[in-house]
Ligand binder design. Structure first.
Ligand SMILES: [Zn+2]
Ligand SMILES: [Zn+2]
Length: 344
């Protein structure tokens, strides 16, 4: 980027061990004369930064295919061995180094030191441990057995011949009552009929308030032994609670109060009497809510009783003493009621 200042990348000589050599100005080791390995370039730590003045960027270095020496982007022949550079590969660039804060910078620093250490002593670093695989196999085995058990529970059934030994029915009506109910709402949307109101302050939303900037320094490897540095900033926000008035109140409404039910073992189901206390909306008045019915046949198998809930017509049609086949779960012993079939 224009206006960004440029600095020297650093490299360490792989032959004589000389360190912190300059990526742009020292294409050869000043101690032993070995050509710079462009792959060994790294970003310097803050105190080792050397600014490059009056340097015009022309592109990433060309690597001589014959002697591996780095040459400027405009060179046509290798400055070291004279080979033509028309087929030369370009120096690889490092990934951008981004420094958000001091802690992250220290972390990337120690990573780089570890990397350098490994290059110097390849044997000193232990191979990665291989404990993960066995644990994975164990988990897969456990998961498969659980799956098998669940499938057995669902699908493994035995067929039994059962005899209808009785019937059962239950019918219920839900009863609602008109009276005070406790509710809560934002005070600006409280119903008019509310009474016994208590107000308190509560967080209703959050507001995003501009709060300075988040800045980070980005270093970009230019591939010619230099890098540029520029600051990237984003606006930062902090969220602040917005309080409002919350109202706890009572209001008269219809709400569930009780259930009236009837049950029996005959074939004539009845609805229960509800004994409603008045039907107009007055305090303490009652009205009917939902109705529900349940019809069950009682079945006797080999040493075991089953109950099956059925539609009313099917329920009435199963005569006492008639014989049926029924599938029963081999593991959970539960009847599969939709498998009921008459025996001839
Ligand atoms: Zn050297
Ligand atoms: Zn060369």
């Amino acid at each position: 980027m224009a206006g960004d200042r440029a600095y020297e990348m650093l490299w360490d000589c792989g032959y004589c061990g000389a360190q912190k050599l300059l990526g742009k100005s020292q294409k050869f080791c000043p101690q032993c004369g070995a050509p710079q390995d462009t792959q060994a370039r790294y970003f310097p730590d803050e105190p080792d930064k050397v600014e490059v003045l009056g340097h015009r960027y022309e592109g990433a270095d060309k690597i001589c295919p014959a002697c591996q020496a780095p040459n400027g982007a405009l060179a046509e022949f290798c400055g070291r061995c004279g080979s033509p550079l028309s087929e030369a590969a370009r120096a690889k660039r490092l990934q951008d180094q981004v420094r958000a804060d001091e802690a992250k910078f220290a972390a990337s620093l120690s990573l780089r030191q570890q990397e350098a250490e490994r290059r110097r002593h390849p044997a000193a670093v232990a191979p990665p441990a291989r404990t993960g695989n066995q644990r994975l196999y164990l988990w897969v085995a456990v998961a498969l057995s659980v799956l098998g058990l669940v499938l057995a529970l669902l699908f493994w059934t035995r067929q039994e011949t059962v005899v209808v030994s009785g019937h059962y029915w239950r019918q219920a009506i839900q009863i609602e009552r008109y009276g005070p109910v406790a509710e809560s709402a934002w005070c600006d949307s409280m119903p008019f009929a509310a009474y016994g109101v208590a107000r308190h302050s509560e967080i209703r939303s959050y507001q995003q308030i501009p709060d300075g900037q988040d800045c980070q320094m980005r270093r970009v490897d230019r591939g010619d032994g230099t890098f540029t540095e520029h600051q990237e900033c984003r606006p930062k926000y902090r969220s602040e609670p917005v309080y409002d008035q919350r109202c706890d109140y009572r209001i008269d409404r219809w709400s569930w109060s009780r259930e009236a039910s009837a049950e029996g073992h005959d074939l004539a189901p009845r609805w229960p009497s509800t004994g409603l206390a008045g039907a107009r909306p007055c305090l303490g008045c009652e009205r009917e809510g939902g109705r529900e019915s349940r019809f069950e046949v009682l079945l006797r198998g080999q040493g075991r009783e089953y109950r099956c809930g059925l539609a009313q017509e099917a329920w009435r049609g199963m005569r006492d003493g008639s014989r049926w086949t029924l599938k029963v779960g081999a593991v959970d012993k539960q009847p599969r009621c939709d498998s009921l079939k008459p025996v001839d």
